[in-house]
Design a binder for this molecule. Structure first.
Ligand code: 13P
Length: 250
C-alpha cells in the first residue's frame, strides 16, 4: 500500500525566524504520524528549516532549482547546491512557475533529471486551467504534462517521483476539485504511467492532490483510492491547521 505524503508549499512566505518558530510548533503536533511530512520553503529559509527540523520527522524541500550544476545563471540555485545542505525534496514545474517564470515541459524535464542526478526527490506539478477543464481536455493535458516531465527517466526514478495534480483553477481560490474529479484525474495520470513504465511502477508512484486543501476537506480527499496525500499552499502556513491535514482531522 502506498503511504500518504503531505507536503506544504509555503510559496514566497515566511521569514527565517518565522520558519524556525513554525517548525518548533509543528514538530510535536506531527511526531506520531505515520504519514510523511514535508515542508517546501523559500531558499532563504532552507538552512534554518533544516537545522530546526533535525531530530524530527519533518522533511525539508525547496520550491524550484536550476537544471545546471553551476555557471552563469544569476540568481539561480542548483540541485547540487540544495543537496550540499541536505535538502531532500524539490518542487518542480509548479503552475506559478509555468505561468510567471516561463517554465516549460522541457525545462521541467531537465530539472527532474538534474534533481535525480543530485540525489533529490522531485515533486512534479501538473494541472489544467479552467478553460481546459471546461473544454473537456483535462486528461489530455495532465497526462501529456506527466509524460513529458518523466521522459527519459528510469523505472526506478519514476517510482521515486512524487506527482502533484494541481488544477490551476483550484489553487488559492478556495475552490477544491470534488473528490471524484480529483481521483479521476489522479487515476488518469497513473494509467499513463502504467502505459509507459508498467503497472508495477504506476502502482508505486505517489500522486498527490493540490488546490485549496484544508483540514475540512483533507479527510474526504485522502479517502479516495488513488490520492496519496496533498501539496498544500495557504493552509500550510499555520502549524495547527497543517498538522490537522497531516493527521486528517477535521
Ligand atoms: P493552495 O492550497 O493555497 O490552494 O495552493 C495550492 C498549491 O499551489 C500548492 O502547491
Amino acid at each position: 500500500m502506498r503511504k500518504k505524503i503531505i507536503a506544504g508549499n509555503w510559496k514566497m512566505n515566511m521569514l527565517p525566524n518565522e520558519a524556525i518558530q513554525f517548525i518548533e510548533e509543528l514538530a510535536p503536533l506531527v511526531k506520531n504520524t505515520e504519514n510523511e511530512v514535508i515542508l517546501c520553503v523559500p531558499y532563504i529559509d532552507l538552512f534554518y528549516a533544516l537545522l530546526t527540523a533535525q531530530n524530527t520527522n519533518i522533511k525539508i524541500g525547496a520550491q524550484n532549482m536550476h537544471f545546471a550544476e553551476n555557471g552563469a545563471y544569476t540568481g539561480e540555485v542548483s540541485g547540487k547546491m540544495l543537496k550540499s545542505i541536505n535538502v531532500e525534496y524539490v518542487i518542480i514545474g509548479h503552475s506559478e512557475r509555468r505561468q510567471y517564470f516561463n517554465e516549460t515541459d522541457e525545462t521541467v524535464n531537465k530539472k527532474v533529471k538534474a534533481a535525480f542526478e543530485n540525489g533529490l526527490k522531485p515533486i512534479v506539478c501538473v494541472g489544467e486551467t479552467l478553460e481546459q477543464r471546461e473544454s473537456g481536455k483535462v486528461e489530455e493535458i495532465i497526462t501529456n504534462q506527466t509524460k513529458l516531465a518523466l521522459d527519459g527517466l528510469t523505472n526506478e526514478q519514476v517510482e521515486n517521483t512524487i506527482i502533484a495534480y494541481e488544477p490551476i483553477w483550484a489553487i488559492g481560490t478556495g475552490k477544491t476539485a470534488t473528490k471524484e474529479d480529483a481521483n479521476d484525474a489522479v487515476k488518469a495520470i497513473r494509467k499513463k504511467i502504467a502505459e509507459i513504465y508498467g503497472q508495477n511502477v504506476a502502482d508505486g508512484v505517489i500522486i498527490q492532490y493540490g488546490g485549496s486543501v484544508k483540514s475540512s476537506n483533507a479527510k474526504e480527499l485522502f479517502s479516495m483510492s488513488d490520492i496519496d496525500g496533498a501539496l498544500v499552499g495557504g493552509a500550510s502556513l499555520k502549524a495547527d491547521e497543517f498538522s490537522k491535514i497531516v493527521g486528517f482531522e477535521q
